[in-house]
Design a protein around this ligand. Sequence first.
Ligand code: NAD
Ligand code: MG
Length: 387
Amino acid sequence: LKVTLLKKITILGSTGSIGVQSLQVCKNMGYHIVALSANSSIDQFEAQVREFCPQYAVLADEAAYNRFTRRIADLPIKVLYGVEGLCKIAALPQNDIVLNAIVGIAGLKPTLSALEAGHDLALANKESLVAGGKLVTELAEKRHARILPVDSEHSAIFQCLSGFEGHCKPQKIILTASGGPFFGKKRDELQNVELSDALNHPNWSMGAKITIDSATLMNKGLEVIEAVWLFGVSPKNIEIVVQRESIVHSAVEFADHSVIAQLGLPDMKIPIQYALTYPKRFPCEVPRLSLKDIAKLTFYEPDMETFECLAACIEAITRGGLYPAVVNGANEQAVKLFLAGKIPFLKIGELVRRALNEIDCPMEHYHLDDVFRADRLARDFVLQNAD
Ligand code: NAD
Ligand code: MG
């Protein structure tokens, strides 16, 4: 079975939380790894390269490249670096599918490169779709490449919709949110939260940036924008519901008010594997869901006043144009400052909101350069207004 279904995969960002779990899935499935990339975790990356023997390995910059090539001089492997290297491995003709697990807008050019080559793209890197949604989806259509969502909510929606394509469109998407570590808290209780509190997610273990995004609810805002682009729904037809246990990963409602949801334990290996094996399903190492053990599922309304990133994202995608790139860029910069201990927690939301209000970018028609310009403007705005 494995031989006939053997796929050849390139994983971008293989040393991250999603990257590591993706390699585990590929190992279980017996898939062949064509290329891997990492930013700076050289030890971990060397171990991955030695285990999975890819043809290509890509590092962030020349310094990492030099250190790495000395270490793996005994291996028959091509080592590249930088964005050009990432774009090159994303487009390799031998790829059956490319999994983008880079964090941040750094994933945008590799996303476009994989799609330009006509490859199916398993997309964890939501920021590339948030900042460049129009360019990314238009290119996928033009090149007949599929975008297969890895994000658990979008995988859930994708699974709920499969089989209905061409027959009926969802009337509404019900996007679930865990609520994060600060669920139920008001602004005055969030004044003095520590970095370690924000990094302490109740249900998921993830990279630092998305963990902070989950604490501010920026993550849910990014996911609204992601859903707009992936499923062609209007933001006003996306309802956000806090689902504290992270068991219902999202749902769709049809015209007859029938609702279909996807459930499972909170483990990214399920959506990662489904994106890689779509439309087939295979056994996965994730334990079975026992509803009896879960016993209770609780749902709440999100608090958009306290968590202003969420409201800012919805406003950004409703305005359209480059505003999603602005809120994304502002957030990336603000999270960087928060992780470095330079701004307090609530300042992240304040800066994202102010960037949206104060940066003017009215363009409906834009190119890739404009997306990066909007991202730069937003980052500079945050740096100038951080004190
Ligand atoms: P992470 O920080 O754990 O890993 C990021 C990976 O990207 C690492 O391999 C790192 O080396 C690489 N990287 C970082 N900056 C880079 C740059 N400038 N250029 C090239 N490579 C770079 O992040 P993660 O938690 O694995 O998340 C990855 C993406 O998946 C994010 O977009 C995140 O929103 C999304 N996502 C993650 C989860 C999760 O459970 N972790 C769930 C849903 C979606
Ligand atoms: Mg998600």
